[in-house]
Design a protein around this ligand. Sequence first.
Ligand SMILES: NC(=O)c1ccc[n+]([C@@H]2O[C@H](COP(=O)([O-])OP(=O)(O)OC[C@H]3O[C@@H](n4cnc5c(N)ncnc54)[C@H](OP(=O)(O)O)[C@@H]3O)[C@@H](O)[C@H]2O)c1
Length: 336
Amino acid sequence: MRIGIYGATGYTGVELIRWLRRHPQAEIVFATSRTYAGQRLSDAFAVADDLPLVDASAADPASCDVAFLCLPHGETTIRTAQEVLATGARVVDLSNDFRLRDVEHYATWFKHPHGAPELLAEAVYGLPELYREQIAKARLVANPGCYPTSVLLALLPLAEAGLLDGQVIVDAKSGVSGAGRSLSLKTHYVEANENFAPYNVGHSHRHIAEMEQELGRAAGAPLHVIFAPHLLPVSRGILSSCYVRLPRDLAPDAVRKIYTERYAQEPFVRLLAAGQLPTLAHSVHSNLCVLGLQQVDDRGNWVIMASEDNLVKGASGQAIQNMNIMFGLPETTGLQ
Ligand SMILES: NC(=O)c1ccc[n+]([C@@H]2O[C@H](COP(=O)([O-])OP(=O)(O)OC[C@H]3O[C@@H](n4cnc5c(N)ncnc54)[C@H](OP(=O)(O)O)[C@@H]3O)[C@@H](O)[C@H]2O)c1
């Protein structure tokens, strides 16, 4: 497959390139950057890879079968998706531009109308564990957000079984690469190192929109997510702790069985044994989402924990998983 990458010099872009270099069917035909156009990837990052970088205006989307958009969300991403799709190539977008299905839902969360509502309606939410068949046929795949990937994989089995009672509480922590490579005070070394900071607490983080959209669809009823994200002083990794109340009479073995059956065929979801809980080390540098189930008391309270690498299963690894599905390759190709 011939691959184009827009935004190759960001954290998700360079992670994508690392994995694609080991993918037996992938050939990178162009990689774009505004800042480093005319230079090599090794000029932008401490990596031994001389991939040439070009300005997006010099990239020919018709030369690729699929383009990955690793750009900030907004006008540039939407325009680039339109240009690529017009050539007949397919798109996997890593931003949050195409993840919401409903234009009004989008306008509520993003505070402005969507720039290409027809594409919003067409895009497939790229969580393979949920939409494998639709992804296979899609022209445009909206790769899920990093936090939502962990939270959805933690809670979908319960939502699908009708066991969530309308509200979940999610306490999540992310490594600093989750904020992207642009400089900001919050991610400045002295601010982040040896610190642990909450941010966007309340019903304000845009990832909530995705979580509520997909959990609500799975449950067949609206679901309210109370979300508290935190910045962890590590480079990568997400750990999400999801607090739920299940029916009191549901036995622990029955809860575990729901998960083992739901994920029996999933190559990138691992359920830890009873008594074990996931840590960042279980998942970083892999495309795995690792789950742990913890009963809290006999009143139906449980904590479901999920660990993933925000740059792999939470972004570029999942994007490659989607590409494999779109092109009929074994889903694990290049990802193990
Ligand atoms: N970081 C994560 O963990 C993560 C996880 C899931 C999804 N995402 C999403 O994936 C996308 C990329 O994230 P990232 O963390 O890789 O971001 P990043 O590190 O900030 O990189 C963004 C890339 O886009 C280019 N760029 C920046 N502004 C641009 C503009 N206005 N027009 C064209 N190119 C521009 C940047 O480099 P040049 O200046 O060289 O062009 C760079 O290549 C974002 O939409 C993000 O929300 C990120």
